[in-house]
Design a protein around this ligand. Structure first.
Ligand code: SAH
Length: 375
């Protein structure tokens, strides 16, 4: 663990373990990598070469690390670049522009990540936990419960693996780079706060210490763990915050997002506003449109009123997500006419709104569909 461990309220505690994932250079700061090699009786200065291979050249085959002495290469690689996960399956949609990977972690836990290529940008959607403990009834991940938190390096490796595939021209559209990372895969990132912040740091650290991405290209999505949202606002890393609201009233949100019984709509939206105010970053509100459940015109009005209760400088943007089907769910996506009316009402009250172009539904790779099952 590289970040200071803070006392967490009970509900956020890490499930007790089947051991820890192997320690990897992506878990460590540059100084810690050097110290780790020295601890293993290896020369500390090799840490920078290993970091360059991992983050900059995106090399994973030790045979290509020819600047490392042949005699100690295996030891160096075993020390800082242990295998973290194995790709069990890659599924493609949109003629290859969307790729979902099923990963098996060291202890057999399964997670998924999704690469989405758009004209001019590539977004990696990553998991931060194996499973999820938040139990939202419309989300496939929420149905399976939480297996465990992922480590910083396990989170980072999903992005690096996408970066490798792009660099090698394995993704349609030719060689490319990862421009955006969204913590919208499996898990609740704010319930694995320290590892997620470690990953954000590795993604934004300049090469070769990290991937050198812009914090603005990174989105952390949360059900609304208010204390963690406040903590994030004080980190000084201007990531985009997305809040999965899904209902503007406590009665319905208690059902759709059970953590709402602990942090109300008012507290949660206030924390989002606080984030926007402190960072001057516009917050996204995620709202999955469920037919006859949360898509009534009056709820659009109420949502706009709730959001307008705070700043008026365009601090918030609403992202409507047509509900994606999940096994056993009784809910379906809204009628397109209701969706249009919902958008119209939000915009009439000055709230900027988009309907998300959902990718990967046919490979169960869209929002809320990641269940990580071997089949
Ligand atoms: N736990 C975090 C990260 C997951 S992000 C969070 O909830 O924000 C995944 C996004 O997809 C969330 O906004 C989630 O509410 C939404 N989602 C879940 N199930 C969905 C479904 N069946 N259809 C559309 N969106 C869904």
């Amino acid at each position: 663990m590289t970040e200071p461990i803070k006392t967490l309220p009970l509900v956020f505690e890490e499930p007790r373990g089947r051991g820890k994932p192997p320690q990897h250079l992506a878990d460590l700061t540059a100084a810690e990598r050097k110290a780790r090699l020295e601890e293993l009786g290896l020369p500390g200065f090799r840490a920078r070469q290993l970091s360059t291979h991992y983050f900059e050249r995106l090399v994973d085959d030790p045979a290509q690390m020819t600047d490392l002495p042949a005699a100690t290469r295996d030891e160096l690689v075993a020390g800082l670049l242990p295998d973290l996960m194995t790709a069990l399956k890659v599924q493609e949609a949109d003629k290859g522009a969307t790729r979902k990977t099923l990963w098996k972690l060291f202890d057999g836990s399964l997670v998924e990540s999704v690469l989405m290529r758009y004209p001019g940008r590539v977004t990696m959607c990553v998991s931060s936990q194996a499973g999820c403990g938040m139990a939202c009834p419309f989300c496939a991940t929420g149905q399976g419960g939480l297996q465990r938190n992922m480590s910083t390096a396990e989170i980072v490796e999903q992005v690096v693996s996408g970066a490798r595939a792009l660099a090698r021209g394995e993704v349609v559209g030719g060689p490319g780079r990862v421009s955006n990372v969204v913590f919208m895969g499996m898990g609740e990132p704010m319930a694995n706060y320290n590892a997620v912040m470690g990953a954000v740091r590795r993604l934004t650290d300049p090469a070769p210490d990290g991937l050198g991405m812009s914090a603005r290209g990174i989105t952390v999505s949360t059900v609304g763990l208010v204390p963690r949202m406040k903590q994030l606002a004080d980190e000084g890393i201007p990531v985009t915050l997305a809040l999965s609201l899904h209902a503007p009233d406590d009665e319905l949100r208690n059902e759709l997002v059970p953590i709402n019984t602990r942090f109300s709509v008012a507290e949660t939206v206030e924390a989002a506003w606080d984030y926007a105010r402190k960072t001057r970053r516009r917050v996204s509100i995620e709202y999955a449109m469920m037919r006859g459940i949360n898509d009534q015109a009056w709820r659009a009005d109420l949502l706009a009123d709730v959001l307008n209760g705070y700043g008026d400088w365009g601090w918030v943007h609403v992202n409507l997500i047509p509900l994606n089907p999940t096994p056993g769910s009784k809910w379906t996506a809204s009628d397109p006419a209701d969706e249009r009316e919902f958008v119209r009402r939000l915009e009439a009250k000055g709230i900027s709104t988009t309907v998300r172009d959902t990718r990967g539904r046919e490979i169960d790779g869209a929002c809320g569909q990641l269940a990580a099952v071997e089949s």
